[in-house]
Design a protein around this ligand. Structure first.
Ligand code: NOJ
Length: 589
C-alpha cells in the first residue's frame, strides 16, 4: 500500500526560495528576439540545479505590451509573443514534475485600455461597465482637455498627470501608471467578483498562487463632504508616492495607498479564492509605501489577507522628494538599518519577503554592492548572504544569481521602458539636457534589470538566435550561466549553497533575528536563534579591506563551525577581520 502523502503545511513557503522569471528577457525559443514560454521550459535544469522551489512568472497574458505585460487586455489568454495556453499548461506540468511551483502575476489594480471591459466602459456614460473604472468630469469651472482641468492634481507613477481626457464622453479616467493602464474601480462589487472568478479559473488550471501587482492601491479614498476625490499636497514633506514627482504634482499617496477598504477587499478575496482550497498556494502582495505596522496587518495569518508583502522602504532609500529620478545618496548602513527594522518589526506575527532586485529595480550588485571588476563577485555574494539568511522568503531575480550588473546604456535609444521614456521626456521639458536626464535613468532605469538573461558567451548570450528586443549586456562574455555552473567560487554556486542551507537548517527559516550593533557602519552582524542552535552572519558591506567585526563574543564564534564564507577559510585569527565584501556564517549549538 502506498503511504498517504505528508500533508503540506499551510506555511510551506516559509522554507521556500522563489525565482522571478521576466519572460520577455529569459529565453527566446523561436528567434523573434522576445523570450517565451517554450524558452523557459528549455531552461528548467538551471532552476532545478539552483534549488529554487517556486517560479514567479511576470505577466504572460495577452497585452499591447505598453508596460511589457503589466497592461493586460485578456486575463484568460497568453500573449502570442510568449506562446499559447498549451505552452503554459506544459510549463506548469514540467515545474510540478520537478517539484517546483508556479506563481502567476496578478495585475488587477488596472487593466490595459485595450481590455474589453474598458472598451465598453469608455463607450458611453450610460454603459453598464462605466462604473468599472474611475471616470470624472473636468474640474468645476474648466473645460475638459484644457490644461489644469484634470479632476485632481495627482501625478502618475509614469510622469505627468494621473488623469487622461477622453473626448468621446467628455470625461477623464484615472491611471496611477501609464495612460493605457486605467484603474479598475474596486468599489463596484461586479469588478471584484469578475477578478475572483478569474483567479479561481487560474488556480483550477493548476497555478500555485499569485504575486499581486500594487495590490495596496485597490481602495481609494472617496470623501463624503464634499463628495469625491481630493487634490493631493504639492511639495509636502511627508510624501508617500514612491516614484511620483510630488514637487510638480499633487501626491495621490494618501488617497490611493492603503485605502479604507483595502483590508476588507483582501479578506473578501481570501474567502472567495483561497480559504476553501487545500494548502500549497502562495500569495505575495506588491505594496509600495508600506510601513511595518501596515505590513503586519496584511500578513498576520489570523486576518486572512496575504502570506507576505513586498515592502519598498529599502528600495526607496535613494529617492528624494522629486520621486524616483531625484536620486539621493544611500549607504549599506542605511540598507541594513531598514532591513533590520522589518526583521524586528514583523516578529512572530507577520512574514517578510526578502528581495534586493526585480524587474522594476536596477541590478542589486550595481546599486547596493560594487560592480567594478575587482569587487563584483564578492559584493554579489556578500549581499546574497545577508539577504538569504534574514528571516523571510527570499526572491531571486533572474540574473542576480550570476551577479549581473546595470547596463551601459549609451543614450535613451538603448532603453525600451515606458517609464524611462516618459521620465526622459519630462526631464527635457523641464530644461535638463540629454546627459542630465540619462544620469538617473542609467542608475535607476528598469531596463537595467531587463537586458537578456546571460546563458553563455556566444552572440546574444544564448538568449536568442535572432535580434534581441533590448541589447544584451556586453559583459555576457564573462558573466554567464555556462561559465559559473561548474565553478565552485561563482556567484551562482554561492546562491546554491545559501538555498541548500535554508533547506537544511530550520534556524534559517524559523529562527529569531537579532542585530549585533557594531561601531563600524560598514560591518554588519546578526544572529539567528532556534532551540539552542545559533547562526552568526557577519559581513563587510564595503570595498575597504581589513575591517574588524568587533563582536563582544568574537573569540567564541571563531571556535564555532564556519558553514559558509565568501572568501574561503580565513587564516588563524583571534579577531574577526574581514576583507572587502567578505561575509561569513558561523554555526553553533
Ligand atoms: C508594478 C510592476 O511591478 C511594474 O512593472 C508595473 O509597471 C506597475 N506595477 C504597473 O503595473
Amino acid at each position: 500500500m502506498t503511504p498517504e502523502p505528508e500533508p503540506t503545511p499551510r506555511d510551506w513557503w516559509k522554507s521556500a526560495v522563489v525565482y522571478q522569471v521576466y519572460p520577455r528577457s529569459f529565453a527566446d525559443s523561436d528567434g523573434d528576439g522576445i523570450g517565451d514560454i517554450p524558452g523557459i521550459r528549455q531552461h528548467l535544469d538551471h532552476l532545478e540545479n539552483l534549488g529554487v522551489d517556486v517560479v514567479w512568472l511576470s505577466p504572460i497574458y495577452r497585452s499591447p505590451m505598453d508596460d511589457n505585460g503589466y497592461d493586460i487586455s485578456d486575463y484568460h489568454d497568453v500573449d502570442p509573443s510568449f506562446g499559447t495556453l498549451d505552452d503554459l499548461d506544459g510549463l506548469i506540468a514540467d515545474l510540478h514534475a520537478r517539484g517546483m511551483k508556479l506563481v502567476m502575476d496578478l495585475v488587477v489594480n488596472h487593466t490595459s485600455s485595450a481590455h474589453q471591459w474598458f472598451q465598453e466602459s469608455r463607450s458611453s456614460r450610460d454603459d453598464p461597465k462605466r462604473d468599472w473604472y474611475w471616470w470624472r468630469p473636468a474640474r468645476p469651472g474648466h473645460t475638459g482637455g484644457e490644461p489644469g482641468a484634470e479632476p485632481t492634481n495627482w501625478g502618475s507613477a509614469f510622469s505627468e498627470s494621473a488623469w487622461t481626457y477622453d473626448p468621446g464622453t467628455d470625461e477623464y479616467y484615472l491611471h496611477i501608471f501609464a495612460a493605457s493602464q486605467p484603474e479598475l474601480n474596486w468599489e463596484n462589487p461586479e469588478v471584484r467578483q469578475a477578478v475572483y472568478a478569474m483567479m479561481n479559473w487560474w488556480l483550477d488550471r493548476g497555478v500555485d498562487g499569485f504575486r499581486m501587482d500594487v495590490i495596496n492601491l485597490i481602495s481609494k479614498v472617496v470623501h463624503d463632504d464634499p463628495p469625491d476625490l481630493r487634490d493631493g499636497v504639492v511639495g509636502g514633506p511627508d510624501r508617500q508616492a514612491g516614484p511620483i514627482d510630488t514637487v510638480r504634482f499633487g501626491d495621490p499617496g494618501p488617497y490611493v495607498l492603503h485605502g479604507p477598504r483595502v483590508h476588507e477587499f483582501l479578506q473578501e478575496m481570501h474567502q472567495a479564492v483561497f480559504a476553501h482550497r487545500p494548502a500549497g498556494l502562495l500569495t505575495v502582495g506588491e505594496t509600495p509605501a508600506t510601513t511595518v505596522e501596515q505590513g503586519l496587518l496584511y500578513t498576520d495569518p489570523a486576518r486572512g489577507e496575504l502570506d507576505m508583502v513586498f515592502q519598498f522602504e529599502h528600495v526607496d532609500l535613494d529617492s528624494g522628494p522629486g520621486g524616483k529620478w531625484d536620486v539621493v545618496p544611500m549607504t549599506p548602513a542605511d540598507l541594513m538599518a531598514s532591513l533590520a527594522r522589518w526583521q524586528e518589526g514583523m516578529g512572530d506575527v507577520g512574514w517578510n519577503s526578502l528581495y534586493l532586485g526585480n524587474h522594476d529595480q536596477p541590478r542589486c550588485v550595481s546599486r547596493f554592492g560594487d560592480d567594478s571588476p575587482e569587487h563584483r563577485v564578492r559584493s554579489a555574494k556578500a549581499l546574497a548572504t545577508v539577504l538569504h539568511l534574514h528571516r523571510g522568503t527570499p526572491y531571486i531575480y533572474q540574473g542576480d544569481e550570476l551577479g549581473m550588473t546595470n547596463a551601459p546604456f549609451r543614450d535613451i535609444h538603448d532603453t525600451r521602458d515606458i517609464e524611462s521614456h516618459n521620465a526622459y521626456r519630462a526631464a527635457l521639458s523641464r530644461g535638463l539636457d540629454a546627459e542630465q536626464a540619462m544620469a538617473a535613468i542609467r542608475y535607476k532605469g528598469r531596463d537595467n534589470a531587463r537586458t537578456p538573461m546571460q546563458w553563455d558567451a556566444t552572440e546574444h548570450a544564448g538568449f536568442t538566435t535572432g535580434f534581441p528586443w533590448i541589447e544584451v549586456h556586453p559583459d555576457h562574455v564573462t558573466v554567464n550561466v555556462a561559465t559559473q555552473a561548474d565553478d565552485p567560487d561563482s556567484v551562482l554556486a554561492h546562491h546554491r549553497r545559501l538555498i541548500e542551507l535554508r533547506h537544511q537548517e530550520p534556524v534559517v527559516v524559523h529562527g529569531s533575528f537579532a542585530t549585533v550593533p557594531l561601531d563600524d557602519d560598514r560591518v554588519h552582524a546578526f544572529v539567528r536563534r532556534l532551540d539552542g542552535r545559533e547562526l552568526l552572519v557577519v559581513a563587510n558591506l564595503s570595498s575597504d579591506d581589513a575591517l574588524e567585526a568587533a563582536l563582544p563574543d568574537a573569540a567564541d564564534w571563531l571556535d564555532a563551525e564556519l558553514v559558509l564564507s565568501t572568501a574561503g577559510q580565513p587564516d588563524e585569527q583571534e579577531r574577526i577581520v574581514l576583507g572587502p565584501w567578505e561575509a561569513r556564517v558561523y554555526r553553533r549549538g
